[in-house]
Design a protein around this ligand. Structure first.
Ligand code: G3H
Ligand code: ZN
Length: 278
């Protein structure tokens, strides 16, 4: 089906939308196959870092558009953790349905001013904007799970910038390859009550299924995940290569990697959308 707006994916998902990062075409295929298998909408994310790895946005964006058009569930296409405004402009020109402007490392006034400017520009083009307040650790590889977003500051930030979704620091941290993080659920509930737009959980790889479900039931609406899916994808490739050192054809190890990641995407989407047991 045609690309869905990010708003629509969020609205069409029963509880919380999975937003999964892709670097390789096989990972893109895995996300779309997994979502179709679960029968749930999904958000495909391409990060500024992924663009740096590939050297350009165009090839992966074109592959995403073609693959999404052939997928039978609503799919949105999101530019993740963008600090470069020129990349945001290019993503909008290339049909992305949402962008994240990441000014979390900036002082308050500068984060507000730049986020507001990007948001106005994107809204004129009907593109949804996510921003971040309270820097979520681990972007440089070092975990900093102690940072927290203040609910009153979050409400003021959303009012001052006009953003459509807010990434908040509630205990998770980027790039964790074990699922041992805790989420401050009282803070999630306080943020949910204070902030009028969907809340985004970054660094979701560090949280196990039960923690993610509790975070969703407390009010998180978009669950960003990358590293855990890399663990699954690379683990399957590694198992194949370890089992047969003579393998040289990339299809021999990428096929099981893609298959394993698709299964995990389907499983995660179902988990994220399991109603709270009473
Ligand atoms: O924006 C992307 C996510 O926050 C990914 O974080 O690799 O720790 O799951 P993760
Ligand atoms: Zn993130």
């Amino acid at each position: 089906m045609p690309l869905a707006s990010t708003d629509r994916v969020l609205a069409a998902t029963p509880l919380a939308a999975g937003a999964f990062n892709v670097v390789l075409i096989e990972q893109l295929e895995a996300v779309l196959t997994g979502a179709a298998r679960a029968g749930l909408p999904v958000i495909v994310q391409i990060s500024e870092n992924a663009v740096a790895y590939r050297g350009a946005l165009a090839p992966l964006a074109a592959a995403a558009h073609a693959a999404i058009a052939a997928t039978e569930v609503p799919v949105a296409l999101h530019l993740d953790h963008a600090t470069r405004v020129d990349l945001i402009e290019e993503a909008v020109a290339r049909g992305f349905t949402s962008v994240m402007y990441d000014g979390a490392h900036l002082p308050w006034e500068e984060n507000v001013a730049r986020t507001r400017e990007v948001t106005q520009w994107c809204h004129e083009r009907k593109v949804f904007v996510e921003a971040e307040l309270g820097e979520i650790g681990g972007k440089d590889g070092a975990h900093a799970p102690g940072v927290r977003t203040d609910p009153r500051e979050a409400a003021r930030f959303v009012a001052d910038t006009g953003v459509d979704a807010l990434a908040v620091a509630v205990g998770t941290s980027h790039q964790m390859s074990d699922r041992t993080a805790t989420v401050d659920l009282d803070l999630v509930r306080a943020l949910r009550a204070a902030v009028p737009v969907p809340l985004v959980l970054h660094g979701s790889s560090g949280a196990d299924d039960a923690t993610l479900q509790a975070a969703v039931h407390a009010g998180m609406k978009k669950i960003n995940m990358s590293t855990h899916l890399n663990v699954v994808f690379t683990g399957a490739a590694r198992a194949t290569l370890d089992a047969d050192p003579a393998v040289v054809d990339p299809r021999r190890y990428l096929r099981p990697a893609r298959h394993a990641m698709a299964g995990e995407v389907a499983r995660l989407l179902r988990q994220l959308n399991t109603p709270q047991q009473v």
